[in-house]
Design a protein around this ligand. Sequence first.
Ligand code: NAD
Length: 294
Amino acid sequence: MSSVAFIGLGNMGAPMAKNLLAAGHEVTVFDLVPAACADLQQAGAAVADSASAAAHGKDYVISMLPAGKHVAATYLGDDGLLAQLDSTTTLLDCSTIDAATAREVGEAAAAQGIGFMDSPVSGGVAAAAAGTLAFMCGGSAETFEKARIILAAMGKNIFHAGPAGAGQVAKGCNNMLLAIHMIGTCEALEMGVRNGLDPKVLSEIMLASSGRNWSLEVYNPYPGVMETAPASNDYKPGFMVDLMVKDLGLALEIAEQSGVDNQLGKLARAIYEQHQGEGNGQRDFSSVLEQLKA
Ligand code: NAD
C-alpha cells in the first residue's frame, strides 16, 4: 500500500480520495475548505494544513482542482510543491486544465527529475464514487507505470496518451466530440418527433444503424426514452452545462494553438453558451435539446 497526499476535495476529489482509503492506501488530505477535510477525516484520512505539509514524504501526490491557475500555484514557484519534493514522490494532476499549463508543470517536474503526469478523467461524480473513471495520462512511460498502480483504485480504464500535456489534449478531443454528437443526436430526435415518430422507436432504429453513438446508447437526451438518463430526471446532472462550456473552451484553445479550425467545435460552444446564458448552467448538458424547441 502507498502513502498518498490528496489535494482538492470537491465533488470529484472527495469520492476519489475515499476510494483510495477503501483500497487500503494511507491518505493525507488538504483543501481550502475545512468542512471538506473534516468529511475525509471521518472516512479515515489524516488532514494537513497545507498542500506541502500533506505532500511531504509521500509516495504520491494527487490533485483535483478547478483550473490551470490553481494547478500552477500548487506545483510551480518558490512555494510550489516542485520546490519542496524530490524524485521519491510521483505527482498526478487529475484536474481538467489547459494543456499549456499541464505541459509547463510536466516539463518543470522533468527538469528536476520528478515524475509528473497530467491525468484528467472522463466520467462524472457517479463514476468517481463508483471507482470507474477513465484516466488519460500525459508524461513519461516510467511515471505512467507508477501512476497506474494508484489510479487503479479510482478508475477502470487508464490510458497513456503521450508526453506531458497529452492527457489534457485527449480529454479536449473527447469532450469536444461528445459536445458535438450530443447536439447532433438532439437534432435527429427532435426532427423525427416533429414528423410523428416515437423517440424510443427512432432511437432503436439509429442504434442499429450508422447514426449509433454514445449519447444515443447510454445518455439519450429525449425525456422518457431511457429511465437512467438525466433527460428522464428533469435533466439533473450528470454533467453540467457549465462544465461542458469550460471543457469546450479548453478544447478550442488547443485547436487554436495548433492551427486547427474546428468549425463544429466552435458552433457547439456557441450553442452551449447560449443555453448556459438562459439559466441552464447547472442542468445536465443533454438539456441542450431544449434549444431546438425554442
Ligand atoms: P469542485 O469545485 O467541486 O472542487 C474543487 C475543490 O478544490 C474545492 O473543494 C476547492 O475548495 C478546492 N481547491 C481549490 N483551490 C485549492 C487549492 N489551492 N488548494 C486546495 N484545494 C483547493 O470541482 P470538481 O467538480 O470536483 O472538479 C474538479 C476538477 O475535475 C475540475 O478541473 C473539473 O473540470 C474536473 N472534472 C469534473 C467533473 C464533474 O463532473 N464534476 C468531471 C470530470 C472532470
